[in-house]
Design a protein around this ligand. Structure first.
Ligand code: NAD
Length: 434
């Protein structure tokens, strides 16, 4: 398979200068979208439709502080595209939330849902706040006020939030309760990532890491590399990284290194993932783990291994360190871990990069299962969830690699092409409502 990297395209990007730096992951994402759109020879009118978010909501979120005073925060909800179904996308609570970021992340969700061919569009939302400085009661008041402020966009048929940065099951339970109180009956399907007791899905917690394992296994098969003994390094040991490591170890791969915010640990003969998980559940960080050599996060990326799983942050593989990467396969557990500059270098080195919108789509896929189960009022056992996830991940991997082979392009551009083609097809069929 030969590979091609994105080049500048002659399409109009009106808000381009409002995106930030060259290595901004959202800018990088949009440049890949542009390239894929050009490869597909997308009609310029449709190109404009697909780039423009359908709806952008900015709300004031006043809340009562524990100290008695009132503070007013800013909240956003952006619905990027709902041609294929209700919008799906997380809510983040973070000081770094901006409208541009939320817009880009909403578009990202549209492409991710289309790659795995689930009937959702994309959305995203957030409140500008620092959750580490808020009590649980304050967080609940903020969540409920934000939910009621954006209530017109929400609903199982229009926009379905999920957890994202600094939000979790607890927050989703408050969103679901607030929405249900407004509409006067219980609506479980209005959010996903809920506690299982109130309509969450079995297998959702493990879904993203499990999906990473499944596409990595498919990549090894495609490249005719053995699964048994394949050496894997994982950056990030949270939900995605630790579960991906656990699942890969279970398949027979050897986890030679893992890291978190505090740094990493390395053992050439293979680490014991269960031991590491127990250590982190007791001590929170990997830093005091005894039975391995220490490595920095930067060293981990350049380790001699077969598979690298960046599962922590965006923008960790850049033009500055891509040349040092030795892995044959990169499975992007995190969103946006690789910059466009790095893509070019990795292409030249022949690294097989499984792009984020495919690699970590297991999470949104089981969110879709959660929504289906809530709407049907009939809940599946964990085995059913896992089997159906596997079928979707394997089929999506084949769709993307098929596109890559047909067009002699890398998997990232191929994934965007698969996604854009699917969304564009629905727009063409539906036509333009006058
Ligand atoms: P998490 O908070 O559970 O874990 C994050 C991990 O990254 C932690 O181990 C943390 O210590 C580590 N980390 C933080 N800063 C770091 C740094 N500077 N260097 C190295 N490690 C660092 O988060 P998560 O849910 O596992 O999400 C990880 C990534 O995967 C994010 O990009 C997220 O958007 C993406 N993602 C998550 C899901 C999901 O279902 N959880 C789905 C799709 C994509």
């Amino acid at each position: 398979m030969t590979t091609t990297s994105p080049q500048p395209v002659p399409l109009i990007r009106p808000e381009r200068d409002r995106f930030l730096a060259e290595e901004n992951p959202f800018e990088a994402m949009m440049s890949r979208f542009d390239f894929a759109a050009q490869k597909l020879d997308l009609d310029p009118g449709l190109y404009q439709v697909l780039r423009a978010p359908e709806k952008q909501v900015i709300v004031a979120v006043p809340y009562l502080k524990d100290s008695g005073g009132v503070e007013v925060l800013t909240g956003y909800r952006v619905l990027h595209n709902r041609a294929r179904g209700p919008a799906k996308g997380g809510i983040r609570f973070d000081l770094g939330v901006t409208l541009d970021e939320v817009k880009a992340l909403a578009a990202w969700m549209t492409w991710k849902c289309a790659v795995v061919n689930i009937p959702f569009g994309g959305s995203k939302g957030g409140v500008v706040c620092d959750p580490s400085q808020l009590s649980s009661a304050e967080l609940e008041r903020i969540t409920r006020r934000y939910t009621s402020a954006i209530i017109e966009t929400l609903g199982p048929d229009s926009d379905v939030p999920a957890p994202d940065v600094n939000t979790n099951e607890r927050v989703m339970a408050w969103v679901m309760d607030t929405y249900s109180m407004h509409v006067r009956h219980t609506v479980t399907a209005v959010v996903t990532g809920k506690p299982v007791e109130m309509g969450g899905s079995l297998g959702r917690r493990e879904a993203t890491g499990r999906g990473c394992m499944q596409v990595t296994r498919e990549a090894l098969r495609k490249l005719r590399m053995p699964i048994e003994g394949t050496r894997v390094a994982v950056q990030g040991f949270g939900n995605v990284g630790s579960i991906a490591a656990e699942m890969m170890e279970r398949e027979g791969m050897k986890i030679v290194a893992v890291s978190d915010k505090s740094g990493g640990v390395y053992h050439a003969a293979g680490l014991k993932v269960k031991d590491l998980q127990e250590h982190v559940s007791r001590k929170r960080f990997l830093s005091e783990y005894k039975n391995a050599e220490r490595v920095t996060n930067e060293e981990l990326l350049a380790l001699d291994c077969d598979v690298l799983v960046p599962a922590a942050l965006e923008n960790v593989i850049t033009s500055h360190n891509a040349a040092a990467i030795k892995a044959r396969i990169i499975c992007e557990g995190a969103n946006g871990p690789t910059s466009a500059g790095a893509d070019r270098i990795l292409d030249e080195k022949g690294v097989f990069v499984i792009p984020d919108i495919l690699a970590n789509a297991g999470g949104v896929t089981v969110s879709y299962f959660e929504w289906v189960q809530d709407r049907g009022g009939y809940f599946w056992d964990e085995e059913t969830v896992n089997q159906r996830l596997e079928r979707i991940m394997v089929r999506s991997f084949e769709d993307v690699t098929g596109m890559a082979d047909r067009h002699s392009i890398n998997l990232r551009i191929a994934a965007y092409m698969v996604a854009i083609e699917r969304v564009a097809a629905v727009h063409r069929l539906r036509g333009l409502y006058a």
